[in-house]
Structures are given as C-alpha cells and as structure tokens.
Design a protein around this ligand. Sequence first.
Ligand SMILES: C[S@@+](CC[C@H](N)C(=O)[O-])C[C@H]1O[C@@H](n2cnc3c(N)ncnc32)[C@H](O)[C@@H]1O
Length: 201
Amino acid sequence: MSSSTNPFDNSAKNWDTRRMSVQLAEVADLLLPLLQLTDQQHWLDFGSGTGLLSVPLAAKVKQVTALDTSEKMLEVLAEKGIGNIQTLNQDVFSGLPCDYDGVVSCMALHHVESTEVLLKQFYQHLKHDGQLALVDLYAEDGSFHGDNEAKGVKHLGFDIEALRATAEALGFVEVSFAEIMQLQHRNGREYPLFVMLARRS
Ligand SMILES: C[S@@+](CC[C@H](N)C(=O)[O-])C[C@H]1O[C@@H](n2cnc3c(N)ncnc32)[C@H](O)[C@@H]1O
C-alpha cells in the first residue's frame, strides 16, 4: 500500500471524532498499565494513524516512532505537536531504521498480509527483553468493515491460537492474550478486541 493510495488518507481529518475512534482512544488507558514503561525507552507504534496510542504512550517513555503508510494520518498526528513523537511515513515492510524497547499497535495487524513476516520483523528490531503489545479483532465474519477489500483488510480478525503459535515459533516468550475491550459498532453489534503481549527472549 503506498501513501498515495492509502484508504486512510481520506479518513484522516475526521479520524479522531469518529464513533469507532472515540472508543479506540480508550485502548491506551487499558493497555499502558500492562506494559513496563520507563522514561528511557524508545517505542514503535506500528500503524499509528493519528496517534490515539502514540500520544498517551509518549507521556510515559523517552521517544515514540509513529510509523504509518498514510501521510495524511501522520499529518494529523504531527499537528498535535508532541515533541517526543517522530513520525515515519513508510510501509512497515520497507525496513525499520533501528531497534526498539517495545512495539505497540492498535487495529493495524488485520491490514497486513503475512503476520509471520511482520512478527519476524518486530522480533528482529526488538532489543533483548523488548516488549510487544498488539491489539486487534478476534476472528469475525467480515461484517466489521463491510467492504473489506476497499478498506485494505487482509484478515477478518484473528484466531489467537494461530497467532500464538506463529509468535512462539519465531522465539517470542511470555505470549499471552486477553480481551481488552468490546467495540460497539453502528451496525448494532459488539466486536471484542484482544491484546497480545509477548517479549523477545
Ligand atoms: C485502522 S487504522 C488504526 C490507526 C490507529 N492505530 C488507531 O487505533 O486509531 C490502521 C492504520 O495502519 C496503517 N497501515 C496499514 N498497513 C500498514 C503498513 N503495511 N505499514 C504501515 N502502516 C500501515 C494504515 O495506514 C492506518 O493508518
């Protein structure tokens, strides 16, 4: 997905006020207490969008790199003027510029074809003992996005046992899953989100 064709560019200006985003903004309050955070750490937020997770994370660590293919989403984030957030407008598969103390991500995993290649990339760019925290949808029937192809959806949520097996085969340890919240959809249904926590050994 290049930045010029990124479907999220069109949603960027209104992203933070969307019903779904208002709910996703609460993920940080639930997720950050599960992490070991210090003011010396550098974290990567994969698929950061407008920074719903990056901004609260940046208040607790030294530096956050907010990586996203959507130039427009990152422009909205940059306008928030948070000094210790560095935006990085590139595909996660283009290569990461350094190693991180931790990687977080919210609702970006289902946009990536190969979770194995992605997790391997994270493993290779996490420092020793580095933390991984991914939030996404449990397996669903495709009704969450509706027009899945147009929205760049590659997975209709995830079978968490398959994700666990992938992560453990790559060498991640302390792999755990828990439901972190239920998203209320305008279609009247609720969709549970999981958080996957793991460490690089
Ligand atoms: C559903 S949005 C979530 C944004 C934000 N994390 C939030 O919770 O509001 C998914 C984001 O992942 C980004 N994304 C998808 N595939 C990507 C890739 N291969 N590399 C970098 N960013 C990607 C999209 O551009 C989009 O901004």
